[in-house]
Design a protein around this ligand. Structure first.
Ligand code: CAA
Length: 290
């Protein structure tokens, strides 16, 4: 490096998954000046993700958080690709697909041969072992967990999680990327569900037990925690917001990974997921959104 530029710096970001987390990651990355490519399995899903980004940026313009010009420039930096090969030239790929280890492994298997050798690969997993996911790639030393919170444009925290093989330069490059998003980093060791979800999800699971045991109604439980503990959302409303399938996956990772009965998923949570009542995204969870 003789011209002062940094060869390891991230300039372009690929995001796999155009759902609520993926679209949020694309949103904040584009606003921070990165070129962004979103990949999902269908054009409809990509278009739905882009519509979400557009809508959320419009909210930020309306409340004066960003200007209309910044919105337009950020939107122009985002493009979509149905084909994984569309991510072949980016500097950093963040996988934000469904919270299912097999699905993630399959994506990495198809993606790795398409990437530049020097590209970094990250996962937004909310609970799965970074070391284990890294081992299914061709670049464990350039693999890292970058865990965003929902809604991504609003929440200030990002957890950074190294796998056993993650190199210092990978960590440093990821840290610089997150700093540019103006988020605060909490570094977590690679343990099941890291820090935020290790603490948050058992609380949500307990709230579901409180409902299951008939201690209080949905509204009473949420009111209790909003007004009694000053949480911005009650735990059942928050579970619907996160997605009950994601909540169940995280509890299963905690239960299996830490082998302690205190993490047993509440049977009512299991039943709701079996019914396809996954929260806001299916318009039915603990609340009815229809
Ligand atoms: N994009 C952009 N801006 C958004 C937004 C989005 N998706 N959602 C909300 N906002 C903005 C609003 O425009 C508003 O902005 P201004 O202050 O500039 O007007 C602000 O956020 C507050 O929103 P609202 O007035 O609509 O509603 P609210 O005050 O009830 O806040 C909330 C909504 C931010 C979601 C709040 O209820 C909250 O913080 N809830 C808790 C969320 C939480 O705990 N998230 C973590 C989940 S766990 C996780 O994500 C980890 C995991 O892996 C599962």
């Amino acid at each position: 490096m003789t011209d002062g530029s940094d060869d390891t710096a991230i300039r372009s970001v690929g995001v796999i998954g155009a759902g609520q987390m993926g679209s949020g990651i694309a949103h904040v990355s584009a606003l921070a000046g990165f070129d962004v490519k979103i990949h999902d399995v269908s054009l409809e899903r990509i278009e739905s993700g882009l519509a979400t980004i557009n809508g959320n940026m419009a909210r930020q313009v309306a409340s004066g958080r960003i200007t209309e010009e910044e919105r337009q420039q950020a939107i122009a930096r985002i493009s979509g690709s149905e084909d994984l090969a569309g991510l072949g030239e980016v500097d950093l790929v963040i996988e934000s697909a469904v919270e299912n280890e097999e699905v993630k492994r399959d994506i990495f298997k198809r993606l790795c041969p398409l990437l530049k050798p020097e590209a970094l690969l990250a996962t937004n997993t909310s609970s799965i072992s970074i070391t284990r996911l890294a081992s299914s790639t061709d670049r464990p030393e350039r693999f890292i967990g970058i865990h965003f919170m929902n809604p991504v444009p609003v929440m200030e925290l990002v957890e950074l999680v190294r796998g056993i093989a993650t190199e210092d330069t990978t960590f440093e490059t990821a840290r610089v990327y997150v700093d540019k998003l103006d988020k605060t980093i909490a570094v977590s060791e690679d343990f099941p569900a890291f820090m935020v979800n290790r603490i948050l999800l058992p609380m949500i699971n307990e709230a579901i037990y409180v409902l299951y045991e008939g201690v209080g109604s949905v509204v009473a439980i949420d009111t209790a925690m909003r007004l009694g503990a000053r949480h911005p959302m009650g735990p059942l409303e928050l579970a619907d917001f996160i997605g009950l399938d994601t909540c169940l996956s995280i509890m299963q990772v905690l239960y299996e990974g830490l082998a302690d009965s205190k993490y047993r998923p509440c049977p009512l949570l299991v039943k709701y997921v079996e019914a396809g009542w996954l929260g806001r995204k299916t318009q039915r969870g603990f609340y009815d959104y229809r």
